[in-house]
Structure formats: structure tokens, C-alpha cells
Write a protein that binds this ligand. Structure first.
Ligand code: T5A
Length: 217
């Protein structure tokens, strides 16, 4: 299960809430974020988000893909084999939105690089949190110093948001089977309201994950 969306949409917050519910229900799971989730990925995250080193768009994309490759190979695949659910804060859809649409990199090459990293792993479901760009940047901005992407210009964030809107279309998903099912959820309103929408989306599209909770209700 993957959570995606623009800056400050509430992915981490809602992932924590879902994780807390799964813990109470005794569902074995682990939560990881991208970039990061491994020692190599965490170093890559530092370069990508918090360094002032100039990065060529192709180098940026390659670093995201490298972090993903390490996470899939050393953490996600073994965990899935062991019967654990994995909750991911961002995955390949972010590279499609930010590097292909935001930075303007060629789709074919970026898709191919991702294929190498994911080793054919397709998310059961991607919950795409949708929030107006200004609201998301506002939420993110209240937390402190902006990272490399939060500092990007408004045009960049508008292109990313437009891309995520496109990913919610069934026709786009049919043409990109490597991304799996993507369901858009309105991320405006209170934390509880968004959580209810997220749980409704999961219940509709990935009922097995919440079935233990459902059977207890
Ligand atoms: N990136 C990532 C790429 O360019 N390519 C890639 O391939 C990948 C994987 C990652 C950056 O890297 C880029 C995208 C990102 O720019 P990150 O720090 O992991 O950097 O960034 P985000 O995933 O954007 O994390 P954020 O923390 O900014 O956003 P979230 O997780 O969507 O939001 P969250 O939950 O942290 O909430 C943000 C703030 O809003 C509040 C929270 O309390 C928090 O303070 N909030 C709400 N406030 C009011 N009402 C609600 N409903 C709220 N929900 C949350």
C-alpha cells in the first residue's frame, strides 16, 4: 500500500494513523518513506532534500531510483516474502510526477529506470491524497525550513499537481500497469475527516487489509 500526493497533503500523518489502526488490529506491517528507509537511502535523502549541492535533473532522478532500488531489494521484497504488509510514504508515482512532469525528463527512460528498481513490484493500492497546491505548501511551510522541493517555484508544483490529477484517471492507469490501482482521496478538512475517507477507499479497493478490523466491528 502506497500513499502519494503533493507537498503537505497529509501522507505521513494518515500513514501513521493507518499504521496505528493496523497495530491495534494485530496486522503485521512496516512503514517506510521514500527517499530513505535504508542506510543508503537515508544518505541519498540528505543529498536530495537537505544539501545545497546543485543536482542535474537526470542525477536527481537517478538518486531517487537508487534509493528505491535499495529499499525494494533489501527491505520490501524480503518483508513481503515473510508475509508482512508494507506501507510506503511515496513510491514510483512520485518520480513520475516530480521528475517526468515537474522536471520534464523523458517518460520512457524514467519508466525503464524505475522498472529496474522495483523489480516488477506493483503496489496493491496507491492512495493519492489530493489538496490544492497552496494549501499543501502552506501546511508544509508551517513545519520549519523548506527542503529542496518545497523551495521549487510554483510552476513546478502546479505541474506536479496536474500530473497527479492525470494519474487518477482510469485511462492513464490502464496505460501504466506498473503503477497498480490508484484511488484519489480528498485531503482537505480535518485529520479525522481525511482518515475516514482514506479508510473508505481502502475498504473499497483493498478490503483484505482492514478485514480483521471489520470482523471486530
Ligand atoms: N520526491 C520523492 C521526488 O521528487 N521524487 C520521488 O521519486 C520521490 C520518492 C520527499 C520529497 O521528495 C520528492 C517529493 C518530496 O518533495 P518528504 O519530506 O518526504 O520529501 O516530503 P513529503 O512526502 O512531501 O512530506 P510532507 O511531510 O511535506 O508531506 P505529507 O507527508 O503529505 O504531510 P504531513 O502528513 O507531514 O503533513 C504536513 C503538515 O500538515 C499537517 C501536519 O500536522 C503537518 O504539520 N496536516 C494537516 N493540517 C490540517 N489539516 C489536515 N487534514 C492535515 N493533515 C496534515
Amino acid at each position: 500500500m502506497v500513499f502519494e500526493g503533493g507537498e503537505g497533503a497529509g501522507k505521513s500523518t494518515q500513514l501513521q494513523r493507518l499504521s496505528a489502526r493496523l497495530t491495534v488490529d494485530g496486522v503485521k506491517h512496516a512503514v517506510y518513506r521514500e527517499p530513505g528507509g535504508t542506510p543508503v537511502g537515508d544518505r541519498i535523502r540528505e543529498i536530495l532534500l537537505h544539501s545545497d549541492l546543485p543536482l542535474a535533473p537526470t542525477a536527481e532522478a537517478s538518486l531517487f531510483v537508487a534509493s528505491r532500488a535499495q529499499l525494494v531489494h533489501t527491505v520490501v521484497k524480503p518483508a513481503l516474502v515473510a508475509g508482512q504488509h508494507i506501507l510506503l510514504d511515496r513510491f514510483l508515482l512520485s518520480t513520475y510526477a516530480y521528475q517526468i512532469h515537474g522536471r520534464g525528463l523523458p517518460s520512457r527512460e524514467v519508466r525503464a529506470a524505475n522498472e529496474l528498481a522495483t523489480q516488477g513490484l506493483v503496489p496493491d493500492l496507491t492512495v493519492l491524497l489530493r489538496l490544492p497546491v497552496s494549501e499543501g505548501l502552506d501546511r508544509a511551510g508551517k513545519r520549519g525550513e523548506a527542503d529542496r522541493f518545497e523551495r521549487a517555484d510554483r510552476g513546478f508544483h502546479d505541474r506536479v499537481a496536474a500530473a497527479f490529477d492525470q494519474f487518477a484517471e482510469p485511462s492513464w492507469q490502464r496505460a501504466h500497469p506498473e503503477c497498480g490501482k490508484i484511488v484519489a482521496v480528498d485531503a482537505s478538512g480535518s485529520l479525522d475527516e481525511v482518515e475516514q475517507r482514506v479508510q473508505a477507499a481502502i475498504a473499497a479497493h483493498c478490503p483484505a487489509l482492514l478485514s480483521r478490523a471489520g470482523s471486530r466491528a
